[in-house]
Design a protein around this ligand. Structure first.
Ligand SMILES: CC(C)(COP(=O)(O)OP(=O)(O)OC[C@H]1O[C@@H](n2cnc3c(N)ncnc32)[C@H](O)[C@@H]1OP(=O)(O)O)[C@@H](O)C(=O)NCCC(=O)NCCS
Length: 264
């Protein structure tokens, strides 16, 4: 009877798992399981502002496993229930929701008070995440949210976004797809920093690139929303199409109010 190599004279113990190959195994298994949880490309999307009923899914997006999948470099700070509850209830998140009710893109607006009558209040648009690449979806969500923030009589002129220098995709979206102006003027940026970092006792990374939602960017945002409403679909470069549910979206109402307010 042939002798088993496991029990014969040449038998050697299996190599002991080292800390390194043990970690690698766990890491690869984790990556594989994340692959399985990636969502399919959507067939249709509704792009609208948030309400209280969205809270659970938004908390999951900003703190759960989907955050790891969409934002592996952690460009967006994780956010928990307490921080999200009130903004979500009051419509400060803009969402793209697919036909299965999954949130496929999101962005948040935060208003910072100047502590001195409100003349220098600012709105920061940020925490954008999107897992439907190649159709310019984050651009649409951001354009809709930024336009809505201009309706705020105290912070409407001062809508900004801040982006890490090494975040190529996000810098491209703000600078190019949306046409926001980079804030370069030292006086403007020092006022901006005073207000933006005030609520955080002056703390915060100042090496970020700041962008301003200028008049030209507003026009561009209106054009982006108008073309969504007209075409009722998003087209990718490979020709595939994602339908837009215009009736359920906030695209048209935002565009409508924006054009009425800019007449005054
Ligand atoms: C940033 C983000 C929201 C963009 O999502 P999106 O709208 O689906 O992005 P798109 O696939 O349409 O890409 C936008 C543009 O950036 C370009 N781009 C994408 N990845 C890029 C990269 N790594 N380097 C350079 N350009 C890149 C695309 O080609 C596209 O340009 P185009 O319109 O000229 O073709 C998404 O990548 C994301 O969720 N990232 C993780 C979270 C994050 O970084 N948030 C920003 C915090 S400020």
């Amino acid at each position: 009877m042939p002798q088993s190599v496991l029990t014969g004279p040449l038998a050697r113990p299996l190599p002991m798992p080292t800390w390194n190959n043990f970690n690698k195994k766990i890491y690869n298994a984790a990556l594989q399981s994340l692959e399985h949880t990636k969502l399919e490309r959507p067939e249709s999307l509704t792009i609208r502002f948030s309400r209280a009923a969205d809270l659970e899914k938004i908390v999951d997006l900003y703190s759960g496993q989907r955050k790891t999948i969409i934002d592996p470099h952690n460009f967006v700070r994780p956010r928990r229930f307490e921080e999200l509850a009130e903004p979500v209830r009051s419509g400060a998140a803009a969402l793209a929701i697919d036909e299965n009710g999954n949130i496929r893109a999101s962005a948040l607006a935060s208003v910072y008070r100047d502590g001195n009558g409100g003349k220098k209040n600012i709105t920061e648009i940020g925490a954008v995440m999107c897992d439907v690449g190649g159709v310019g979806l984050s651009k649409i969500v951001l354009a809709m949210l930024a336009l809505k923030q201009t309706f705020d009589p105290r912070a409407g002129e001062r809508v900004f976004a801040k982006v890490a220098r090494d975040n190529a995709a996000s810098n491209k979206v703000f600078a190019s797809s949306l046409g926001w102006d980079q804030v370069n003027c030292p006086h403007e940026s020092s006022t901006l920093y005073d207000v933006a970092y005030r609520s955080n006792r002056g703390q915060g990374k100042r090496d970020r690139l700041w962008y301003h939602f200028s008049g030209a960017a507003r026009e561009k945002a209106s054009g982006i929303l108008q073309s969504c409403v007209d075409q009722e679909a998003l087209k990718s470069k490979d020709g595939s199409i994602i339908a837009l549910n215009i009736e359920g979206s906030s695209l048209w109402s935002t565009l409508h109010f924006s054009s009425m307010l800019s007449l005054s």
